[in-house]
Design a protein around this ligand. Structure first.
Ligand SMILES: Cc1cc2nc3c(=O)[nH]c(=O)nc-3n(C[C@H](O)[C@H](O)[C@H](O)COP(=O)(O)O)c2cc1C
Length: 251
C-alpha cells in the first residue's frame, strides 16, 4: 500500500504515520519532489489523507489528484480526512475529483483532531496534554480500521445521502472564500524577516524580500505559517493576531 498525504499543521501527517506504522504502507507527503506516477503504478492500494477546509479538500490535494487521476483508474482507494468536528462528506468528496468508475473505495474514515485556526477567539487551541485525548481516540480508531481492512470489511464514512447534503451545504461557500483570500496573508511589524514562513509554505506563496514578506496570491489557508511564525506576526483569513499558536499534535 502507498499513503499520500497533505498536512498543513501536522494532524493529517500524524494519521498518515499511524496508518503506515500499523500496515507497513509506504508514505509520502504530496509536497515531496518524487516521481509519484511511478510510485502509484507500483501499488495496488493507494491511501490518501488530508485536512478538511469547510467540508472541502485543500486545493493542493485537489490539484494533485486531478493531475494523477488517470493513474488511479484501477486502484483500490482508502480515504482519510482530518477535521476539528465535522465535515459531512469530507471523505466522499475525494471521489468527486475522479471520473466515474475510477478507483474503488475500500475504506473511508474521518478523524477528529485539534483545531489549527489560531487567530479567532471562537475556536480554542489545544497544545501539550490537551492533545492527548485526540491521539488516544485516533489510535483506537486506526486499530479498528486496520482490523477491518484485514478482514476485508468495507466502511465508507461520509458516503450516505445525509452526509452529502450537510457537506454540500457548507462546501458550496468555500470556493468563493478561498478565492477572496488567496492574497490574505498579512505580516505585521513584529516580523523579523527570518524567512521561516517562506520556507514552510506548501504553495511557495510567500517570498522573503529586502522589504519583508511578499505573496504570490496562491494561499490555500492551511495555517502553517500562522502557527509557525516565531513572532506571531502572520495572519490569514481572519485579520487577528494569534494569542496562542497550534504547536501540532505532538507539540
Ligand atoms: C481554513 C480551515 C478550514 C477548516 N474547516 C473545518 C471544517 O469545516 N470542519 C472541521 O471540522 N474542521 C475544519 N478545520 C480544522 C482542520 O480540518 C483540522 O484542524 C485538521 O485536522 C488540520 O489538519 P492538518 O494539521 O493536517 O493541516 C479547518 C481548518 C482550516 C485551516
Amino acid at each position: 500500500m502507498l499513503m499520500l498525504y497533505f498536512s498543513g499543521t501536522g494532524n493529517s501527517k500524524y494519521i498518515a504515520n499511524l496508518f503506515c506504522e500499523k500496515t507497513g504502507a509506504k508514505s509520502y507527503s504530496i509536497e515531496e519532489n518524487i516521481d509519484f506516477k511511478k510510485e502509484i503504478e507500483e501499488h495496488d492500494t493507494i491511501a490518501f489523507c488530508y485536512p478538511i477546509y469547510v467540508s472541502s479538500i485543500p486545493r493542493i490535494m485537489k490539484d494533485f489528484v486531478l493531475k494523477n487521476a488517470e493513474n488511479l483508474k484501477n486502484k483500490k482507494l482508502i480515504i482519510f480526512c482530518t477535521q476539528l468536528l465535522f465535515s459531512g462528506d469530507g471523505a466522499r468528496i475525494f471521489t468527486d475529483l475522479l471520473p466515474k468508475n475510477y478507483g474503488e473505495v475500500i475504506y473511508a474514515e474521518h478523524f477528529n483532531m485539534p483545531n489549527n485556526i489560531c487567530n479567532t477567539k471562537i475556536l480554542s487551541i489545544k497544545n501539550g496534554e490537551k492533545t492527548k485525548k485526540y491521539t488516544k481516540a485516533a489510535k483506537k480508531k486506526m486499530d479498528r480500521i486496520c482490523k477491518d481492512l484485514e478482514k476485508g470489511k468495507i466502511k465508507k464514512r461520509g458516503f450516505n445521502k445525509i452526509s452529502e447534503i450537510v457537506g454540500k451545504s457548507q462546501s458550496k461557500h468555500w470556493p468563493s472564500v478561498e478565492e477572496r483570500n488567496k492574497s490574505s496573508v498579512k505580516v505585521d511589524e513584529d516580523c523579523v524577516k527570518c524567512g521561516l514562513c517562506a520556507k514552510l509554505c506548501p504553495m511557495k506563496n510567500l517570498n522573503l524580500t529586502d522589504d519583508g514578506i511578499s505573496q504570490n496570491g496562491n494561499c490555500i489557508l492551511c495555517y502553517r505559517c500562522v502557527n509557525a511564525c516565531p513572532k506571531k506576526a502572520i495572519t490569514v483569513l481572519i485579520n487577528k493576531k494569534p494569542k496562542e499558536q497550534y504547536k501540532g499534535i505532538n507539540g
